[in-house]
Design a binder for this molecule. Structure first.
Ligand code: AKG
Length: 293
């Protein structure tokens, strides 16, 4: 792990029966712990928060994800995997995660208040008994964001939250692999094989990562299906990578904060020169701020 001394890591490390060599944070409470999380994310390019979602919420999200998967299979979709963009309209619980207080606070602190969900995907990966090169497709998020700007390393622009609904016990369970600190490198590291770190996580955990962090999904060689939800936030002046389609009538039920975070509104100037941003005056509701994990 880059930049943190051993004593600091030891203090933050929770007892997780997995082969993980990175610091795993418990859900932060209070300004000092949030500041530690923000600094770790800024320094290392990623942050693992253990079991941010409690068991019942995780189980409900698994059920909602399985419904999407079964609908996909029922309509003749591939049984190999599902990578569905803009899925938040598929279940109210997915929309609720948009304003998950811990993640939203950290997103706000990393990117400012003028942000929205520019990219999202729901992923289901059943076990595969072969490896395939695409599963180790090392990349930074953002496509041509990485090439078009005359700045090296490229600017942050977006931060992603990956909610793991099923535990990833080891590298071979379809772990998200990362190269710590690579968000600050000008190019993809040459020696990925030696620098890569698989992130083992328990169900309900979230991994936040800077879109520039070099990462890849590992093959799921376990016997269980991996389910994960990805929410990527960017400045509102970044074009959407994909769009969330809501069910009929749902838009008028949204709060002003949800509207901002879904990138709704026709005043294009406001995306660049915001007048009033609901996120700027937002603070987490007290009951949602408590974690039962
Ligand atoms: O599924 C994973 O673990 C990695 C996903 C990924 O590469 C991405 O979100 O850009």
């Amino acid at each position: 792990m880059t930049g943190a001394n051993d004593a600091e890591l030891q203090r933050k490390r929770v007892v997780v029966p997995m082969a993980s060599t990175v610091a795993i944070f418990t859900p932060p409470a209070g300004d000092a712990q949030f500041e530690e999380c923000r600094r770790a994310l800024e320094r290392d390019g990623f942050l693992v928060i253990d079991r941010l979602l409690d068991e019942s919420r995780t189980a409900a999200l698994v059920a909602a994800t399985d419904k999407v998967w079964n609908d996909h299979l029922g309509s003749g979709g591939s049984a190999v995997f599902l990578h569905e963009f803009g899925f938040l309209g598929r279940d109210r619980q997915f929309l609720r995660l948009l304003t998950e207080p811990t993640v939203l606070r950290l997103m706000h602190e990393m990117l400012g208040a003028n942000i929205y969900l520019y990219h999202s995907h729901l992923d289901v990966h059943p076990p595969r008994f072969s490896t395939d090169p695409f599963e180790f497709d090392w990349h930074r998020d953002g496509g041509s964001m990485n090439d078009d700007l005359e700045v090296s390393p490229p600017p942050r622009l977006a931060v992603k939250a990956a909610y793991f609904l099923t535990g990833v016990e080891s590298a071979s369970h379809g772990a998200l692999h990362i190269v710590p600190g690579s968000h600050r490198s000008p190019a993809l590291p040459a020696d990925l094989a030696h620098q890569k770190v698989p992130l083992a996580v328990r169900a309900g955990s979230v991994v936040l990562f800077d879109r520039r962090l070099v990462h890849a999904r590992g093959a799921n060689l376990s016997t269980g299906t991996r389910r994960a939800l990805f929410y990527s936030f960017a400045h509102r002046w970044v074009m959407p990578r994909d769009r969330v389609t809501l069910p009929a009538g749902a838009e008028r039920m949204l709060s002003p904060l949800e509207r901002q975070l879904l990138g709704l509104g026709n005043d294009l100037r406001d995306f660049h020169v915001p007048s009033a941003l609901p996120l700027a005056s937002w603070s987490p509701p007290a009951e949602e701020n408590a974690h039962s994990a």
